[in-house]
Design a protein around this ligand. Structure first.
Ligand code: ACO
Length: 427
């Protein structure tokens, strides 16, 4: 195969190098295009644009493949802990026993948050969305934990602090929103157990760890841990490219994830299923609305920019959802509506023609509901899971000697130059 492509325009030819990834993905390197030809590329929404070279996550949207550092996500969901997965994403390999112990000790040591942070929480209006609060609070962490000695120390400790503290902060925000006493992390509990305990333990009703719920949370977080250059990860990389501190970069990722077209879809799915239920469970009506171009309604939890087949995470999530509900003896009518909706959608010509399949969010809300997580906290749960991915992607970009500030171009479509008109002359 040629290692360049030739662009021909008005009789002149420009050769552009071809770049091929380890799984055979092909790209045309256009980094010298403007210099050589005066052209830029135009790709609204970046659907055809590779923003970086990355060794972290591989996904094939046509075949429904997702791997972290080469390991299929199915294997990680089956066998790994969330901590191991986080270590793998950030450091590139699975930890040995000693590395895992050290990592666990560091996470435990950093799991408390500054007591003054509680005052911040108390001053947000009651109706504030937890994602807005989390984004602000993560940004505020920089003021509580100022710069350290070496860059290496700074990076390692900041990454650990984020992984350890965001989980505590999320549970803390829930407790404060209920007017309850904050529960602190315990060194004898695992990462997932600790979170559930901080959420649900009360002085009058000690939380009894439920194996099925702990396992569901483990799988949920592993499945969300990274997804290459999605909207929030790109936000982290773009904001980070200005060499801002990691807290600020992650805070921007949280803000991006909040959107209903991205991480906010898990909350939107439950709201949609509830609305269908309240409307008498009419799934066909919802499908008809989703098809109607004059109706802005979309079937939440369906479709994906990259997956043009089943989202592999949705398959694992559905299986785990069935197991969890059976184990907890929960009969959730929203799951019945989701199942019926999916059956209709997969047979519908519009959904077939548009390659619209269930994505991870279609089932994740039902899993979170079963664990007892309130709907408003769903996207926060996603954010905790995505932290290792954001951190790994930020670290990779910082370690890349060729990484530059992200600064796209545009094609200007506004007015041509004209002269300023003083106010008395404007009519
Ligand atoms: N319901 C109905 N129609 C849809 C849906 C949907 N859920 N998703 C896409 N379409 C249609 C669009 O109307 C469009 O139709 P047209 O070409 O006839 O105009 C076509 O499919 C392509 O849609 P785009 O929005 O251009 O596709 P894009 O790749 O930009 O969007 C997205 C992907 C945002 C995920 C979209 O499928 C969507 O809005 N889904 C619902 C929200 C959702 O579930 N988001 C979670 C995504 S997974 C995650 O972030 C974890």
């Amino acid at each position: 195969m040629e290692n360049f492509v030739t662009l021909t325009y008005n009789g002149s030819e420009i050769k552009l190098p071809v770049v091929i990834g380890t799984e055979g993905e092909k790209a045309i390197d256009i980094s010298n295009l403007r210099e050589k030809s005066g052209f830029i590329t135009l790709d609204t929404g970046y659907a055809n644009t590779g923003s970086c070279m990355s060794a972290i996550t591989y996904m094939d949207g046509e075949k429904g493949i997702l791997r972290y550092r080469g390991i299929p996500v199915e294997q990680l969901a089956e066998q790994a802990t969330f901590k191991e997965t986080a270590y793998l994403l950030i450091n590139g390999t699975l930890p040995n026993r000693e590395q895992l112990t050290n990592f666990s000790v560091m996470l435990n040591d950093n799991s408390l948050v500054h007591e003054d942070l509680k005052t911040f929480y108390q001053n947000f209006p009651r109706a504030s969305h937890p994602m807005g609060i989390l984004s602000s609070m993560v940004n505020a962490l920089k003021s509580f934990y100022p710069t350290l000695g070496t860059r290496e120390e700074e990076i390692t400790l900041t990454m650990t602090r984020l992984l350890a503290k965001v989980r505590t902060m999320a549970a803390m925000s829930y407790k404060i929103s209920r007017g309850h006493k904050v529960v602190y992390p315990r060194p004898d509990l695992t990462y997932c157990e600790n979170f559930l305990n901080m959420m649900f333990h009360t002085p009058v009703k000690p939380y009894e760890l439920n194996r099925a719920a702990v396992n569901a949370l483990r799988v949920f977080w592993i499945l969300h841990a990274d997804h290459e250059q999605n909207c929030s990860t790109s936000a982290v990389r773009v904001v980070g490219s200005a060499r801002v501190n990691l807290y600020a970069a992650i805070s921007s990722g949280i803000a991006a994830l909040w959107g209903p077209l991205h991480g906010g879809a898990n909350q939107a799915v439950i709201e949609m299923l509830t609305a269908i239920q309240e409307d008498g469970g009419n799934c066909k009506k919802a499908i008809a609305r989703a098809r109607d171009k004059n109706d802005p309604f979309r079937l939440m939890g369906f479709g994906h920019r990259v997956y043009k087949t089943y989202d592999p995470r949705a398959i694992i999530m559905k299986k785990m959802c069935d197991e969890l509900l059976a184990s907890l003896k929960i009969n959730d009518p929203l799951l019945d509506i989701a199942t019926e909706l999916k059956e209709f959608a997969l047979k519908d010509q519009y959904f077939i023609d548009h390659n619209l399949y269930p994505n991870i969010d279609f089932y994740s809300g039902i899993v979170l509901r079963a664990i007892g997580i309130p709907t408003k906290m769903f996207t926060v749960m996603f954010a905790i899971g995505r932290l290792p991915g954001w951190i790994a992607q930020w670290k990779e970009s910082m370690d890349d000697p060729k990484w530059k500030i992200c600064r796209p171009r545009q094609i200007y479509t506004g007015e041509k130059e004209y002269n300023f008109v003083p106010i008395h002359a404007r009519e």
